[in-house]
Write a protein that binds this ligand. Structure first.
Ligand code: AHR
Length: 514
């Protein structure tokens, strides 16, 4: 009798443990109608810390391989993952930047103080032409943020003319004198940045009126229709979105949203990039997943004013923001990038993809040496971060058609934090190949996901995985390949289900071919 009780107890515990490790997903191949804009894989390069100077831009005469001072290992890395757009020059820097200081012969360019970021001297050696040259090398579209906070309507209007007018005009002639007769044809324009804060401490009403003035004189020159992006809300500021939609509406191509994941949720002590325990890991992921709520609620407000979804939600700053690495300039925002960052990237991109109807553009903050970077540099060395590898795995979704996915996931509970272990998204590319991205946030449990694929025919399954045994593992300059993608073989077709075993702390992308 006693033996039976022990046995049944064992059975109960065993089945509970087992059931906690199984997720059920359904991919709907019939309702595939929305394109996942490749622009959600966008990046951000601000004049901040070592992003431009000692990042993209090397000193005159540097031994680091470069073309016209643009660092080539970075260019090659970004080309490989097909970065679709690059936002520049800020961020907060944009609202103090006067573009005419950054054109013409470099020795004659005036210097300025970068008051936002460390009070360092900006020599303006990297300006408009250098940025457009960089975008050309990467093969991405430029996204220029204009100065609304301390600039003028005329200044923005002339910058647009300088970059886009093809003909005889004061600005087009100046551009030709500076070595570029052909227009650059820049479509994406930010009208201010964080206008509620570093971009001018404006109210949403005042900003919306300013937007209308600035946007009026930012002209569509022949051949280049502008996609104007209004400075939008921070985090949960739904009133900003409400007012902007009411007062600007479809006069804008996009409305921005900024949200950063803080491990502790506390700006004065954000938490370390690599030295944290499982509770802090789980709290970070809970904060990261708030992006779902933010996108849903901001979109719902936009739906009220724009049911046809003409205005894009542009999440042009996102990522994890930790304390800076010990010993580095606090104004430079330099942080390491761990397996946790990769899980944040995978989960956030899944959210954006699943909201592809409204989220048409996003920019990770930031590409090089700042916050959640794709690459880190140290003198002539460059490492690819775990975040970079997620962008590499996920590039198969760029411009593919979203396949709606539903998932029933077991919970991952640590202390008072409970989040779903698994999140996912799926798409079908132009050649009919289906890709499914799964993220397992659970730090200790393998999760077996059984997926029913409705109206999806496939014969073969292949996969790639990014994982590491600890959430705070990272690639260092001594161990640059500690975390890198490998082949994933634990996915099989079983009857009408696709069964994949996701190890703890993993990002998996499956490829299904007919
Ligand atoms: O990405 C760093 C800073 O964060 C940006 O300059 C600003 O827009 C935001 O507050």
């Amino acid at each position: 009798m006693k033996q039976l009780t022990v046995l049944s107890l064992f059975f109960l515990v065993f089945t509970q443990a087992f059931s906690q490790q199984t997720a059920q997903a359904t991919v709907n191949g019939k309702d595939a109608k929305t394109q996942i804009s490749r622009q959600i894989y966008g990046q951000f390069a601000e004049h901040l810390g070592r992003s431009i100077y000692d990042g993209f831009w090397v000193p005159e005469g540097s031994n680091i391989p470069n073309k016209g001072r643009i660092r080539m290992d970075i260019v090659e890395a970004l080309k490989k993952i097909h970065v679709p757009n690059l936002r520049w020059p800020g961020g907060c820097f944009a609202d103090e930047y006067h573009w005419r200081d950054g054109i013409g012969p470099r020795p004659q360019r005036p210097k300025m103080v970068n008051t936002n970021w460390g009070g360092v001297t900006e020599d303006n050696s990297f300006g408009t032409h250098e940025f457009l040259e960089l975008c050309g090398m990467i093969g991405c579209e430029p996204y220029v943020s204009a100065n609304v906070g301390s600039g003028t309507v005329e200044e923005m209007s002339k910058w647009v003319e300088y970059l886009n007018f093809d003909g005889i005009s004061p600005m087009a002639t100046l551009r030709a004198q500076n070595g570029h007769p052909a227009p650059y044809k820049v479509s994406f324009w930010g009208v201010g940045n964080e206008s509620w804060g570093c971009g001018g401490t404006m109210t949403p009403d005042f900003y919306s009126d300013q937007y209308r003035r600035y946007a009026t004189y930012a002209r569509d020159y022949p051949g280049t229709k502008l996609k104007k992006i209004a400075s939008g809300a921070s985090d949960f500021d739904y009133n900003w979105t409400e007012v902007a939609m009411k007062k600007i509406g479809t006069r804008m191509w996009g409305l921005s949203l900024h949200y950063y994941t803080l491990p502790t949720g506390n700006w004065s002590k954000k938490g370390s990039a690599t030295n944290f325990n499982e509770i802090e890991y789980a709290k970070t992921m809970r904060n990261c997943l708030k992006m779902e709520e933010l996108v849903t609620k901001h979109s719902a407000i936009m739906d009220k004013y724009d049911p046809e979804k003409k205005v894009a939600l542009v999440v042009d700053e996102w990522g994890i923001w930790t304390d800076v690495e010990p010993g580095t300039n606090p104004g430079f925002l330099f942080q390491q990038n761990s397996m946790r960052d990769a899980l944040i990237a995978g989960s956030t991109l899944n959210i954006f993809q699943n909201h592809a109807e409204r989220v048409k553009m996003a920019n990770l903050a930031q590409a090089v040496n700042v916050l959640q970077s794709l690459v880190l540099t140290q003198k002539d060395k460059m490492i690819l971060t775990p975040t970079y590898h997620v962008f590499d795995l996920y590039q198969v979704h760029q411009d593919a058609t979203l396949l709606p996915i539903t998932i029933k996931s077991p919970d991952y509970t640590v202390d008072d934090v409970t989040i779903p272990s698994v999140n996912a998204s799926a798409s079908r590319d132009s050649s009919g190949v289906v890709h499914i991205s799964f993220v397992n946030l659970n730090a200790t449990k393998k999760i077996t996901v059984s997926t029913v694929l409705q109206d999806v025919n496939y014969k073969t399954v292949q996969g790639r995985i990014l994982t590491s045994s600890k959430f705070n593992d990272y690639n260092s300059f001594d161990q640059p390949n500690k975390i890198k993608p490998t082949v994933f073989t634990s996915a099989k077709k079983q009857g009408n289900q696709l069964v994949a075993e996701l190890p703890p702390l993993s990002v998996v992308v499956l490829t299904l071919r007919k």
